[in-house]
Ligand binder design. Structure first.
Ligand SMILES: NC(=O)c1ccc[n+]([C@@H]2O[C@H](COP(=O)([O-])OP(=O)(O)OC[C@H]3O[C@@H](n4cnc5c(N)ncnc54)[C@H](O)[C@@H]3O)[C@@H](O)[C@H]2O)c1
Length: 257
């Protein structure tokens, strides 16, 4: 199926890598013009170049989602380039290792700044444009870590739990403005974010870390960025028109047991 986002303009944060990049490419292939936002300008440009090389429309924007000023500038540039905004995927995120006893105050603050404040700031900047467009959809990136405890990821679990709560709150507040808000909670997906975690879990051995992780996955494998991108596409499209405030696990059964 193609053209599911024909005529739409999407902003995707953290789109220079992993799930964000796969989503930017998929949204563009489905007809959306995509504002590719990332902290790393080169990574954002690489994603945008891949999209334009395939005949899609994309604009690379360097911004730190924890900075209101940078977020507003990026949103302004996207609207100047594409004329409007219909969709936002708050995907940018970082993990943070350690139990409460081990994590530092800095770890906690940075984890909440990117995962929670970033989602707040980007949504705040984009909502007036979605309203102007007559409505739209926002997808927030949660995690299974926001649904169940993942050992030794205290700040990350708390931050992704906050993203789920914020999603419900936004869904209720923005429904009268025809803006749907949902969250995806992916299980482990093999991306640059996850590789160090898997290695650490295996005592430095990636394969051992992978084996330990797979025990928790009834489906017997990790997810792919493209599988999460397809969930984001569905939630962003009109096919999900009766869905708002939903916290959707895409986790190979990890939280089902
Ligand atoms: N990979 C997984 O297993 C997994 C599982 C559950 C949830 N998630 C969530 O999915 C999202 C994407 O994860 P990924 O695995 O694709 O990660 P990734 O590290 O491959 O990509 C994340 C991107 O976000 C960018 N980024 C980081 N901080 C930023 C900031 N302050 N402002 C703007 N951009 C910033 C990075 O530069 C990077 O390009 C994150 O929110 C993550 O918590 C990932």
């Amino acid at each position: 199926m193609t053209g599911r986002l024909q005529g739409r303009v999407a902003m995707i944060t953290g789109a220079g890598s992993g799930i964000g990049r796969a989503s930017a490419e998929l949204f563009a292939a489905e007809g959306a013009a995509v504002a590719v936002v990332d902290l790393r300008a080169d990574a954002a440009q690489e994603t945008a170049d891949k999209i334009t090389a395939s005949g899609g429309r994309a604009l690379a924007l360097a911004a730190d989602v924890t900075s209101a000023q940078q977020v507003e500038a990026a949103v302004g540039q996207a609207v100047a380039e594409f004329g409007s905004l219909d969709l936002l995927y708050n995907n940018a995120g970082i993990d943070s290792r350690g139990s409460v006893a081990e994590a530092t105050e800095e770890d906690w603050d940075r984890c909440f700044a990117v995962n929670v404040k970033g989602t707040f700031l980007c949504s705040k900047a984009v909502v007036p444009h979605l309203r102007d467009a007559g409505g739209g959809a926002i997808v927030n990136q949660g995690s299974v870590a926001g649904l169940v405890a993942v050992p030794n990821f205290a700040a990350y679990c708390a931050a992704k739990g906050a993203v789920a709560s914020l999603t419900r709150s936004m869904a209720v507040d923005l429904a009268p403005q025809r803006i749907r808000v949902n969250a995806i909670c992916p299980g482990t997906v093999f991306t640059p974010l996850m590789e160090p975690m898997l290695r650490a879990r295996g005592g430095g051995d990636l394969e051992a870390g992978l084996a330990k992780t797979l025990v928790k996955y009834p489906i017997g494998r990790l997810g792919t960025p493209e599988e999460i991108a397809r969930v984001a596409l569905f939630l962003s499209s009109d096919e999900a028109s009766f869905m708002t405030g939903s916290i959707v696990a895409a986790d190979g059964g990890m939280t089902a047991q």
